[in-house]
Design a protein around this ligand. Structure first.
Ligand SMILES: *[C@@H]1O[C@H](CO)[C@@H](O)[C@H](O)[C@H]1NC(C)=O
Length: 289
């Protein structure tokens, strides 16, 4: 629990403001020159996840205090606090600009709508902590991963189980290239990173694992698709960042850092990968070299 942090979409969509969540219980909004714009204090305890919505008017946070909060980004005020979980909330993901899903160590997932005082849907089925949730790029399917070693896809009231990992699944990512792109074979691909040291790529429509990526020797904490969906970066506690072809499952690049890798991400052009490590180091891999 103490190392589960899901901070993505920290920058407002137009890149003008940065939001951070902290173990001190405060979320903060920063200007790009480093000045503090506002401090958001309503959580009682560490904040585990934080995300801007697409429109850039709200920030969503999840806390150890079992609640999730929608914040008005311009005033810094709490717009609504949702107290539906019975244990710490570990991750949140916006579905639209005003609705989102949340997951928790209580094994439940709730879909909530701004202005509603009850969840609009609740998903139960995991038999251990739910570590991460992600809507597919169209916002139709919700993927979740858990310490129960399964990955689940929730669609309406149906639930599809993807089982193959032999340990906890720490995080998941959807390929950014959804239906309607010029690469139909890349439709609805999901990547999962597990403490079993593997990364798996799933064809969600067929419910099948299409590649098992097995070069890591320690838990994998982070995966990220390149913007065109052709490559996947993975970072592990074994200090390695691997870059894989999503089509063939082949390893195409490999780097070893100086500490366990907790986070990997691509730049928007898809030619660099940034990684942060447990020893405090941050490095950028230039894939053009
Ligand atoms: C959210 O707001 C943005 C900007 O106003 C808009 O482009 C986008 O379509 C909205 N998304 C949804 C799902 O309503």
């Amino acid at each position: 629990l103490s190392c589960k942090i899901c901070y993505d979409r920290l920058f407002k969509c137009d890149g003008t403001l940065l939001a951070t969540g902290s173990y001190d219980g405060y979320a903060r909004i920063w200007m790009t020159d480093g000045r503090l714009a506002s401090t958001l204090g309503q959580h009682k305890g560490p904040i585990f996840a934080l995300k801007w919505n697409k429109k850039g008017n709200y920030i969503l946070s999840a806390g150890v205090d079992k609640t999730t909060i929608i914040w008005d980004a311009s005033s810094g005020h709490c717009t609504q606090q949702f107290a539906f979980h019975s244990a710490p909330a570990l991750d949140v993901d916006w579905q639209t600009n005003t609705s989102f899903a949340s997951c928790s160590t209580d094994q439940c997932i709730h879909v909530c709508q701004l202005g509603q005082d009850k969840p609009i849907k609740s998903f139960q089925g995991h038999t251990n902590e739910v570590n991460a949730i992600k809507w597919d790029p169209q916002g139709n399917l919700l993927a979740s991963c858990s310490d129960d070693m399964t990955l689940k896809i929730w669609s309406g009231y149906m639930c599809y189980d993807l089982q193959a990992h032999s340990k906890e699944i720490y995080t998941i990512k959807w390929s950014p290239t959804g239906p309607g792109t010029n690469n139909p074979s890349m439709n609805l691909i999901l990547a999962s990173a597990s403490f079993d040291s593997t990364v798996r790529l799933w064809d969600v429509e067929r419910g099948a694992c299409i590649h098992t990526l097995t070069r890591h020797s320690e838990p994998v904490y982070s995966v990220a698709f390149s913007p065109d969906g052709k490559f996947l970066a993975s970072g592990s506690f074994d200090k390695c960042v691997h870059i894989w072809s999503t089509q063939s499952g082949q390893l195409v690049h490999s780097y070893k850092g100086t500490g366990g890798i907790f986070e990997v991400c691509w730049n928007s052009r898809g030619d660099k990968v940034g990684a942060s490590a447990s020893d405090g180091s941050v490095f950028v891999l230039d894939l053009r070299k």
